[in-house]
Design a binder for this molecule. Structure first.
Ligand code: PHE
Ligand code: FE
Length: 301
């Protein structure tokens, strides 16, 4: 497919992006995108400074993972061998195809919801091709290649998680005409982006938004400030979230099988119920809910 997205649909999408990126203008170059917003990753266009920045982002983040990221993430990340520079997506895509049947597609940046769901439903994960600037080293609002690749791709090597994400994509296509998008977006935020998972040694991170963040990866596990609540799908879908600060609530799962099975039921009646209520503020703790204790702060050597 090489046709350009329909001009009006794209103009509207660009407007929603301005909103999603807090009013700043778009980062990616959308002029070469095909109808699915796929582009070619131009490896020759990355500068030595960008590769160097990638190595520093990677090294800082990798050092934070032991005792904080879940084992499945750490093991797959190591196997991906991407510490030395901005990775070639096609190479990891081949390994991923062999492991779980997923592929990676290069995109200019954020893509429309429908496009995003179509990719996931077909076991394709969209990865932005641009890398953040130096002044954004610690914090960035829009997803760049470091967030998308380092944060999201490792867990796509896990069969259960990968299957869940495909179901999420199919669920998104189903939710669009039902008016369920906002609820699914919250679920994604609190699981795929900011989810915590239990392990024998304490809580661990599996959410990509945390795993690619220099500060939140320690904060989310050990700070006494935020709430940590066992995942309840309907509760999560009815809870607002913040995009401009550390989360005020994290939802915790036991394992990826739970994520898969808790999201398997038909959401149609949930969407109908959720529409009748006002959303809970991000910092809520309901009557019967248990606020799980934080991990003990990690030793800093
Ligand atoms: N089970 C959901 C539905 O019927 C789809 C879904 C699956 C949503 C997995 C999110 C994650 O709509
Ligand atoms: Fe993300």
């Amino acid at each position: 497919m090489n046709s350009h997205p329909d001009a009006r649909a794209q103009a509207e999408f660009l407007k929603t992006l301005e909103y999603k990126s807090n009013g700043s203008s778009l980062r990616g170059d959308y002029t070469q995108a095909d109808a699915q917003y796929v582009v070619r990753q131009d490896m020759a266009a990355y500068t030595p400074e960008q590769h160097n920045r990638w190595r520093r982002l990677y090294a800082r983040q990798a050092a934070m993972l032991p005792g904080r990221a879940c084992d499945a993430f750490i093991d797959s990340l190591q196997a991906m061998n991407a510490a030395d520079g901005i990775p070639q997506l096609a190479r990891t895509s081949q390994a991923l195809m062999r492991a779980t049947g997923w592929t990676l597609v290069a995109v200019p940046g954020l893509v429309p919801d429908l496009t995003f769901f179509e990719h996931l439903a077909n076991r394709r994960f969209p990865v932005s091709v641009w890398l953040r600037d130096e002044h954004e080293f610690d914090y960035i609002v829009e997803p760049d290649i470091f967030h998308d690749f380092f944060g999201h791709v490792p867990l796509l090597f896990n069969t259960v998680f990968a299957n869940h994400l495909q179901e999420y994509g199919k669920g998104g296509l189903k939710a669009l005409p039902l008016g369920g998008l906002i609820y699914l977006a919250r679920l994604y935020w609190y699981t795929v982006e900011f989810g915590l998972i239990r392990s024998e040694q304490g809580m661990r991170v599996y959410g990509a938004g945390i795993l690619s963040s220099g500060g939140e990866i320690e904060y989310c596990l050990t700070s006494p400030a935020p709430r940590r609540i066992r995942l309840d799908v309907e509760r999560t879908m009815g809870t607002e979230y913040r995009i401009d600060a550390y989360q005020e609530t994290y939802f915790v799962i036991d394992n990826f099988e739970q994520l898969f099975s808790d999201t398997a039921p038909d959401f149609t009646p949930l969407y109908a119920r959720l529409r009748e209520r006002t959303a809970l503020p991000a910092a809520s703790l309901l009557n019967r809910e248990i606020n799980l204790p934080p991990n003990r702060p990690a030793r800093t050597n």
